[in-house]
Design a protein around this ligand. Sequence first.
Ligand SMILES: NC(=O)c1ccc[n+]([C@@H]2O[C@H](COP(=O)([O-])OP(=O)(O)OC[C@H]3O[C@@H](n4cnc5c(N)ncnc54)[C@H](OP(=O)(O)O)[C@@H]3O)[C@@H](O)[C@H]2O)c1
Length: 248
Amino acid sequence: MSDARNDRTRNPFSLEGKTVLVTGASSGIGRQTAITCAARGARVILTGRNEERLQDTLSRLLGDGHVTVVADLTQSTDRDRLAQISPQVDGLVHCAGMQKHCPIRQLTEQGMNDMYNVNFLAPVMLTQRLLQRSAIARQGSIIFLLSTAAHLGTRGVGPYSAMKAGLIGIIKCLALEQVKHKIRVNGISPSAVATPMWGADQLEAQKARHPLGLGESQDVANAAVYLLSDASRWVTGTSLVMDGGSIL
Ligand SMILES: NC(=O)c1ccc[n+]([C@@H]2O[C@H](COP(=O)([O-])OP(=O)(O)OC[C@H]3O[C@@H](n4cnc5c(N)ncnc54)[C@H](OP(=O)(O)O)[C@@H]3O)[C@@H](O)[C@H]2O)c1
């Protein structure tokens, strides 16, 4: 065990000295994850498509050395550029994603491709580019934002459920492949979290399903801090369900 790990005065939940890349940092869960990681001592690489909202997140971060990169992660050229620009990171949190209500009978091939590109292809291939460049440090931590929809059936979100469930397969395989580098790979599966992803009426309708109330971005960011930190050094290949008591 390293001296740092052995030092019982060190807070195992600290992100001091770590660099963390957060996708989807211009909104919702990604924004709060970036803010919380910086507050816990991390240097953060923030990425999203909307430059103005990305700068807004940056303006809320404590500490120095944070970097913003505007990128559309469905584009391989943008993923390559991000992987080139990014310094070696200790943590990678894939928050970028999109949810669209569409019963399977009404699916279009274009709609299916859009879901696949942003929710599956983008995080998997960005991870691949970073690993190829050795840009994820030994003992690093990779987190994929999943959803309770990855674990259970919900009417109208078939393609989204499928992409998030597909990521569970990636998490399990990647965890096995990277364990030799002590890189850990996990998912977080929230139920309804109040973010711009939802309309106000939709959120209101979700309240009755959640005895502990709706989730907040901070709840998910706290889980991300745990999975990024040395406190979770023995945890890999799994996903943390956060469902406010809606019971899977
Ligand atoms: N909110 C929930 O209830 C909930 C529940 C379970 C799981 N999740 C998951 O949590 C993650 C974050 O969701 P959220 O609620 O925070 O959503 P959000 O507020 O709508 O934020 C989505 C983020 O994804 C980014 N993004 C979308 N398409 C992109 C693309 N092509 N390239 C790069 N970035 C892209 C957006 O960037 P720009 O705005 O800059 O385009 C934005 O920063 C998603 O993976 C979602 O599936 C959310």
